[in-house]
Design a protein around this ligand. Structure first.
Ligand code: IPE
Ligand code: MG
Length: 231
């Protein structure tokens, strides 16, 4: 969700106001995703690298996450959304960790959509934590090195149990992944838009979905092979 700061500058506001506008966009896109029948929506709110930002901005973002979780959790639950967190939780302030666990526990049995919030998350961090846990199993004699395959790695990554993402949307004009889900997006369709995140509304989402529907997903096969099987 990129472009909050530039949105604020364009409107003559402080960066923090941009992040607040970003929350409003996240809220309306979450609702729109439930309405179009999305199974899983993952929001990348704060990366492993965002700790490098000025301490005031980092602190105000952490406070904003606490406030938003507290304010929105009732509605998330009422809409039947399951909340899940990915990222280095031990790096977060305790109050935020508590809100996250409470939201996960409360919504654990919901099945309308899974909303994954990525904070202090990085695709490389995810691979490192998976490697450590797999290595610990090997050391404990629970797993042979030769048994480590894509399934084993996948089951130790943060999105374990969820399907690989079909579509990745990056707002704010950059054409890069910036350490978001790395393993998981091997065959994900990538959609880049210049829209700043606070301006990304349900109409913009519809454009992204139209792009997605126009793609032929071959997963390494040829078009002829897919046509032989039929769509
Ligand atoms: C993304 O917006 C939000 C977070 C990383 C928390 P930015 O803050 O990166 O906005 P720009 O890139 O400065 O416009
Ligand atoms: Mg940015």
């Amino acid at each position: 969700m990129d472009g909050n700061g530039r949105w604020a500058a364009r409107h003559g506001k402080a960066r923090h106001a941009g992040h607040r506008a970003g929350v409003r966009a996240a809220r309306s896109i979450t609702k729109a995703c439930v309405e179009v029948g999305t199974d899983v929506l993952t929001l990348f709110a704060f990366s492993s690298e965002n700790w490098r930002r000025p301490i005031d901005e980092v602190n105000s973002l952490m406070r904003l996450f606490v406030e938003v979780l507290q304010r929105e959790i009732d509605e998330i639950h009422e809409r039947g959304i399951q909340f899940r967190f990915i990222g280095a939780r031990e790096q977060l302030p305790e109050i935020l960790r508590k809100r996250i666990s409470a939201a996960e526990v409360r919504t654990a049995n919901n099945d309308q959509m899974t909303l994954v919030l990525a904070v202090a998350y990085g695709g490389r961090w995810d691979l490192v934590q998976a490697a450590r846990r797999v290595a610990a199993k090997v050391r404990a004699g629970e797993l042979e090195p030769g048994e480590i395959d894509e399934g084993v790695i996948g089951r130790h990554l943060s999105l374990t149990g969820l399907p690989a993402p079909d579509l990745l949307i990056r707002t704010g004009g950059e054409r890069r992944i910036s350490n978001f889900l790395l393993w998981d997006i091997a065959y994900t369709e990538l959609y880049f838009t210049d829209a700043l995140w606070p301006d990304f509304n349900p109409g913009e989402l519809e454009n992204a979905l139209a792009f997605f529907r126009s793609r032929q997903r071959r997963f390494g096969r040829t078009s002829d092979q897919l046509e032989a099987v039929g769509d």
